[in-house]
Design a protein around this ligand. Structure first.
Ligand code: 3EB
Length: 338
């Protein structure tokens, strides 16, 4: 596949490249930046672009940053509470809503996702590929819906907003949902003009088919999503935990949970290769891994497992955050590029 844009009528997708930086020296990325995502310190980045700090504490390091860039002019705009950067073929957006403005978290989630779907509908990038979602007190019982926690209420608001939008797609984005210690609902997302390919994990029940007695609303996300950009394939792997079928495994054993989570990610990569003719290598093509950790004192054990399972030069970010089930101690997400 060639990546030339000399013929303006070709439908080839533009490149979308990511550089991961783990120190505070800001990178001299000269190409148009879609976004700068960072964890920990802002560093001394002077890039004029959509810049997003995730409200989770970075453990064992000062900075983990990603620069997402392309080769076409990037425009910036906002729609209601959403700030976004885009080209005709790609969009990165960010919304942050203050949880203190309402006690009705389902309504807040509905508002955020309604704005996201409206924003997509108003632009050429209508396909949601990847979302990241952070909010506080994720497993606390909701005030209005007794016997539902905030994660379940979140799932309900997300589903309702999608239904209200009239979007018919059954290709759900890859997603991460993590509990933060700040009082904001933060959501950022990647969208494109053409859809990605959803990949499910044969070891796990698809989340959108979870039995309803477990979660009052099925979580609408795909385990992984493949997308071609230029002459590269991206594979966005959702937040992945020690869940087999729909049940948590290895209660109270953070190392076993992490190993099982990595097994799940590797199975998903094998599934993509089997079903969609990709040739991803589960170690060598891993651009980075994020590891969300419930208890900071588990960091040392987690680092030992990562040392055994990942290539030594693979960037990794360890972030303090809560999982959507109380019995999960760790969750990972992965980004593959080949
Ligand atoms: C799980 O497998 C763990 O609701 O969008 C992971 C990734 C999880 C995304 C979501 C939830 C979501 O069910 C939780």
């Amino acid at each position: 596949m060639s990546n030339n844009n000399s013929n303006s009528t070709t439908l080839a997708s533009p490149p979308l490249d990511i550089i991961v930086s783990e120190d505070t020296i800001s990178l001299a990325v000269k190409q148009p930046l879609l976004t700068h995502l960072y964890f920990g310190d802002a560093g001394n980045s002077t890039h004029d672009c959509l810049s997003i700090q995730t409200e989770l504490e970075l453990l064992g390091s000062n900075l983990f940053a990603q620069y997402w860039f392309t080769d076409q002019k990037v425009s910036r705009a906002h729609y209601k509470n959403i700030h976004f950067a885009h080209t005709p073929q790609m969009m990165f957006g960010f919304i942050q809503l203050d949880c203190a403005t309402t006690e009705d978290f389902q309504a807040l989630t509905h508002k955020a996702y309604s704005q996201i779907y409206e924003c997509l509908d108003n632009n050429s990038c209508k396909h949601l590929l990847r979302t990241w979602n952070f909010f506080p007190q994720i497993t606390k019982e909701d005030i209005y819906q007794t016997q539902q926690n905030r994660y379940e209420v979140f799932c309900h608001g997300r589903l309702e907003a999608m239904e209200d939008s009239g979007i018919k797609t059954k290709i759900y984005p890859a997603a991460t949902v993590i509990g933060s210690h700040e009082n904001n609902l933060q959501i950022y997302f990647l969208a494109s003009d053409t859809p990605g390919i959803a990949v499910e994990n044969p070891r796990q029940t698809s989340a959108y088919h979870y039995p309803v007695e477990d979660h009052h609303t099925q979580p609408l996300f795909s385990r992984g999503l493949l997308k071609t950009w230029g002459n590269r394939t991206h594979f966005y792997v959702s937040g992945t935990a020690s869940i087999i079928g729909h049940e948590t495994l290895h209660i109270d054993d953070v190392c076993a949970q992490l190993n099982e989570s990595i097994n799940n990610v590797e199975t998903l990569v094998a599934q993509a290769n089997d079903k969609h003719h990709t040739q991803l290598n589960a170690q060598d093509d891993l651009l980075y891994m994020k590891v969300y950790i419930r208890h900071r004192e588990d960091v040392e054990q987690i680092n030992q497992v990562l040392a055994a399972r990942l290539s030594s030069n693979t960037p990794r970010a360890l972030l303090l955050g809560d999982m959507c089930r109380d019995n999960l101690l760790v969750e990972i997400e992965a980004f593959y590029q080949a």
